[in-house]
Design a protein around this ligand. Structure first.
Ligand SMILES: Cc1cc2nc3c(=O)[nH]c(=O)nc-3n(C[C@H](O)[C@H](O)[C@H](O)COP(=O)(O)OP(=O)(O)OC[C@H]3O[C@@H](n4cnc5c(N)ncnc54)[C@H](O)[C@@H]3O)c2cc1C
Length: 469
């Protein structure tokens, strides 16, 4: 492996890196290598065997790392829209982004994705939108495909089988450094299985490290590549869990309702990642535990609960420049107080008291993340965030009565890190270092499966064009 040469090296086998690899593999004579620091897909297992176990804080989180990336155990909601899910429209026009998103969908379909689509354009969805507007809640427009956790995983397994015969895939291998050479880049890699580090050389490099690798990429840009980074925003909040019946009239029609509200303090608050009959799960980013959610396509695997996030957007002003650390430190309070994730009944939050074991046991809504510690989110989130969340819950209660019930469960915290993004990216997502591209969530240009995949296709096509010239 020492100093082996490639045309293209892709760092990160999440959906962004996978889509780039897929597109490059269509041009068969290119030597492509795809790295991931986590396991290959069939070996990805989380030690949490049931919902009663706490996150073991593994060195490499199997939920976030490995072939398939953070989307590996997601329920694969592919949003066909440019209204959310990333910022590719900062670089190319929205028509082109939509075409790329549709192409990602075609790839998924080739490997077994459903052709069922939910839409906010139907009569029923329009009625939900009208009702929401009465309370200043704004439904974002989208088509969404829900693959389901089990189908999404199977599609990734098939993609792995397809790609492994066409390109080199090195899982369990972390790229530690990228050093510019003459007309090429030298990648310093380390494998869990080998005792020593090794180098590979590649003319083109695509960096697709996802949220779990964004801190590494950001430091690399600053310290080695001399690329300036920008970002000053973070979304923080809770994951709400309540009985399916409360949101059924909405989820049955649009699957997930992305509702946006401007709070009385002027902050943008939104619902995010809705999972009917879903499960609340851990997410581990560099040792910090936060929550997320997913749901299966097979109804018999479903829970009686729907979960979704309520997130408050915060944009910091000078002199503070590190929202990523702010998010991690806020989450670390719940890790400290709750030894992981805290769960609180909404009724207890409003009363300003802790949810203890006894109160949780008496709750009609049973938590799907049983190992969460009953506690008090008042000691974790700040006053502004909590009051915005309470305001949002009361608004949602108008269109989905029961949302503000005492037994509605709130898990904390959910954090959506906006990874720092390299300044001056071109319309083909090339950094100021020639032939070095940055894609997906870890480069701060996307925030969801569809646009992450689209960014991979965009860059792969650009590389193919350059090689063909
Ligand atoms: C539980 C859960 C549910 C979700 N549900 C949805 C959903 O339904 N719809 C949606 O749109 N989004 C969802 N998301 C978000 C979605 O998963 C991400 O937006 C998407 O995975 C981003 O893709 P990516 O390729 O940019 O990064 P990732 O998927 O994070 O992949 C990056 C990969 O790079 C690897 N890596 C990082 N650094 C290095 C390095 N130095 N060397 C080698 N490898 C490295 C990592 O191990 C990782 O596998 C969910 C996320 C989670 C955790």
């Amino acid at each position: 492996m020492q100093n082996k040469e490639y045309d293209v090296a892709i760092i990160g086998a999440g959906i962004a890196g996978i889509c780039a690899a897929y597109e490059l593999s269509q041009k068969t004579d290119l030597r492509v290598i795809l790295f991931d620091k986590g396991n290959e897909i069939s070996k990805r297992t989380c030690p949490i065997k049931n919902t009663k176990n706490k996150c073991q804080n593994c060195k490499k989180c199997s939920i976030m790392n490995g072939f398939g990336g953070a989307g590996g155990f997601s329920d694969g909601k592919y949003n066909i829209t440019t209204e959310f899910g990333g910022w590719l429209t900062d670089y190319i026009d929205s028509e082109k982004v939509l075409k790329l998103i549709k192409y990602v969908d075609e790839i998924n379909m080739k490997f077994g994705a459903t052709d069922d689509v939910y839409s906010t354009e139907t009569k029923e969805a329009k009625a939900i939108e009208r009702e929401a507007l009465k309370y200043d809640l704004h439904l974002l427009h989208a088509k969404v495909k829900h693959l389901g956790t089990e189908n999404n995983f199977n599609i990734l397994c098939k993609l792995y089988e397809y790609l492994k015969d066409r390109i080199d895939i090195l899982c369990d291998t972390e790229v530690k450094n990228i050093k510019p050479g003459v007309n090429c880049y030298n990648l310093l890699c380390t494998s869990t299985h080998s005792l020593c580090d090794f180098n590979i050389v590649s003319k083109y490099v695509i960096v697709a490290p996802g949220r779990s690798g964004s801190e590494w990429f950001s430091n690399l840009c600053k310290e080695t590549l001399n690329i300036e980074m920008e970002n000053n925003q973070i979304d923080l909040g809770v994951r709400v869990e309540l009985p399916n019946q409360i949101f059924e009239h909405i989820t049955a029609n649009v699957y997930e309702a992305k509702l946006k509200y401007i709070s009385s303090r002027g902050n943008a608050v939104r619902t995010f990642c809705m999972n009917p009959s879903g499960y609340v799960v851990y997410e581990n980013t560099d040792g910090t535990i936060t929550v997320n959610g997913h749901s299966f396509a097979n109804k018999s695997l479903g829970s009686p609960n729907t979960n979704f996030a309520i997130l408050v957007s915060t944009k910091f002003t000078e002199p503070f420049k590190d929202p990523y650390q702010y998010g991690k430190r806020t989450a670390s309070f719940s890790n400290l107080l709750g030894n992981g994730i805290i769960v609180q009944r909404y009724g207890d939050l409003k009363k300003g008291r802790r949810t203890n074991e006894k109160r949780l046991k008496a709750s009609f809504t049973r938590p799907t993340l049983e190992s969460a510690t009953p506690g008090d989110l008042g000691y974790v989130l700040q006053y502004n965030q909590l009051t915005d969340i309470i305001e949002m819950i009361e608004k949602l209660d108008k269109i989905a009565p029961g949302t503000a019930n005492n037994d509605t469960l709130l898990y904390g915290v959910e954090v959506k890190y906006y990874s720092a993004r390299p300044k001056y990216l071109t319309s083909s997502l090339e950094t100021k270092c020639k032939n070095l591209f940055a894609i997906g969530d870890g480069a701060g240009v996307t925030r969801g499966l569809s646009q992450a995949g689209a960014s991979g296709i965009l860059v792969a096509r650009e590389i193919i064009n350059r090689i063909n010239k």
